[in-house]
Design a protein around this ligand. Structure first.
Ligand SMILES: Nc1nc2c(c(=O)[nH]1)N[C@H]1C(S)=C(S)[C@@H](COP(=O)(O)OP(=O)(O)OC[C@H]3O[C@@H](n4cnc5c(N)ncnc54)[C@H](O)[C@@H]3O)O[C@H]1N2
Ligand code: MOO
Ligand SMILES: [Mg+2]
Length: 405
């Protein structure tokens, strides 16, 4: 059995990013991967501007009443500040050349004289630069703001828009064919015959794939037969870059996925020393034209398929998407539990949640079929093979919210 690190190295060896690039309106790029660095042609903000509603003035001139010589709303270009005066400014307004500070209106005394002239008196302790947002303090012209390989989230789209980009160059979405295997599976909404269970992997895996920005081609449910499995793999390979399956990768006679992949392509990896998720499989399925679709076979147990997706399939998919690898936060926190029954050979990923006092609480049933453990969990605590845990021991935990986006 390969360790997780060995498996990852093998999974990522030789993976190339989808080549096709398209230019799309920025608003349509959520979840896409940048194909090229995005650089700014301008400073952001483009000019010094007020961070508060108030008065722009020279810090050295406070302490006496100053006449208000101009009014500058946001979006209007100011005149230079006349010596010995203040400018009325609003948040976002350009600072008049010559002013070096903004005083919040709440801190000013303001009056209007009989001639209609406004006067402002600011407190004595005005610091030069206060409440001024400097030109270029966020981004300087020429700077790379987003490197190629960035997955565009809300913040990244906002950043691209802030440097004026209406369109972005992104890779085409990765096409991922997904199917579940198992004669026992029925879809939610259908009656549950004796011996059957509901197909939950179809939902978790589809959601995880969509969260990664993949275009999911859901081939549904495939019965536990070699011919049906081969047929589904061939259909999947014809239309997708990567095939993700769940179930049928273990050693039982009803597990047909591995022999089907071997017949239609090659199996590069099977079994990783992790718990849950040992029977994870990886390889490729040949298409009619001789090219290949990558294959990822996740174990059927619902927690096993979820965890192997995050630990092993996700890095592979990111590489094929052309995206930078995104490691989850690894927090070191004390356990609130004991774990006496370590697996001697496999690295374990136990479902834990941050609880009071910053300790990690354990979900009591860590079975590979217990989806409630994942719904409970904030993190996967990583236990080395053979590692037992006493309450108070420091554990490394992989943050799930980082892995599921
Ligand atoms: N003799 C051995 N048996 C098993 C071994 C082993 O080493 N020797 N490994 C166990 C481990 S570990 C795992 S994990 C599972 C993986 O099994 P498969 O990938 O072959 O998956 P199935 O047998 O098809 O299903 C396993 C389990 O999961 C349920 N399942 C499957 N698909 C779904 C789905 N879409 N939604 C909900 N639940 C699903 C299925 O009903 C089974 O209970 O093998 C162990 N056995
Ligand atoms: O790998 Mo299996 O996931 O231990 O149940
Ligand atoms: Mg099986």
């Amino acid at each position: 059995m390969l360790t997780r690190a060995e498996a990852l190295q093998r999974l990522l060896a030789g993976v190339t990013a989808v080549a096709e690039v398209e230019t799309l309106p920025t608003a349509q790029c959520l979840g896409r991967v940048l194909a090229a660095d995005v650089a700014s042609t301008l400073d952001v903000p483009p000019a010094d501007n007020a961070a508060m509603d108030g008065y722009a003035l020279r810090a050295a001139e406070v302490g006496r009443e100053l006449p208000v010589s101009q009014r500058v709303p946001a979006g209007h270009w100011p005149e230079a500040l006349v010596d010995g005066t203040a400018a009325r400014v609003f948040t976002g307004a350009t600072i008049p050349p010559g002013a070096d500070a903004v005083v919040m209106q709440e801190h000013c005394h303001v009056r209007t004289d009989d001639a209609g002239q406004s006067w402002v008196q600011a407190p004595g302790d005005v610091r030069p630069g206060q409440h001024i947002r400097r030109r270029g303090e966020d981004i300087q012209a020429g700077a790379t703001v987003l490197p190629a390989g960035t997955r565009l989230n809300a913040a990244a789209l906002g950043l691209a828009a802030s440097v004026g980009l209406a369109r972005l160059s992104v890779r085409r979405r990765l096409r991922v064919a997904l199917f579940s295997t198992g004669d026992e599976l029925v879809m939610p909404g259908e009656p549950l015959p004796p011996g059957a269970i509901y197909n939950s992997n179809r939902f978790t895996l589809r959601a995880l794939l969509e969260g990664l920005g993949a275009e999911v081609q859901d081939l549904g449910l495939v019965p536990d037969r070699l011919d049906a499995t081969q047929d589904a793999l061939q259909r999947a390979a014809a239309q997708a870059d990567v095939i993700v399956t769940s179930g049928g990768v273990s050693v039982g006679e009803e597990d047909h996925v591995k022999p089907a992949v071997q017949a239609l392509g090659r199996l590069d990896l099977w079994q990783v020393a992790i718990k849950p998720g040992k029977p994870f499989a990886h390889g490729a399925v040949r298409r009619a034209d001789g090219s290949e679709a990558l294959f990822v076979g996740l174990p059927g147990n619902p927690v096993s398929s979820f965890v192997t997706f995050l630990l092993l399939a996700r890095p592979l998919l990111l590489a094929r998407m052309g995206a930078a690898q995104a490691e989850p936060a690894r927090l070191r926190l004390p356990a609130a539990f004991a774990w006496p029954k370590a697996d001697p050979k496999r690295e374990e990923f136990v479902r834990v949640r941050l609880s009071e006092g910053g300790t990690l609480a354990l979900y009591p049933n860590q079975g590979s079929g217990v989806l409630s453990s994942l719904a409970f969990a904030d993190a996967l605590a990583v236990l080395a093979p053979g590692q037992t845990v006493q309450p108070g021991d420091t554990l490394e935990a992989l943050w799930l919210s980082d892995l599921t986006c």
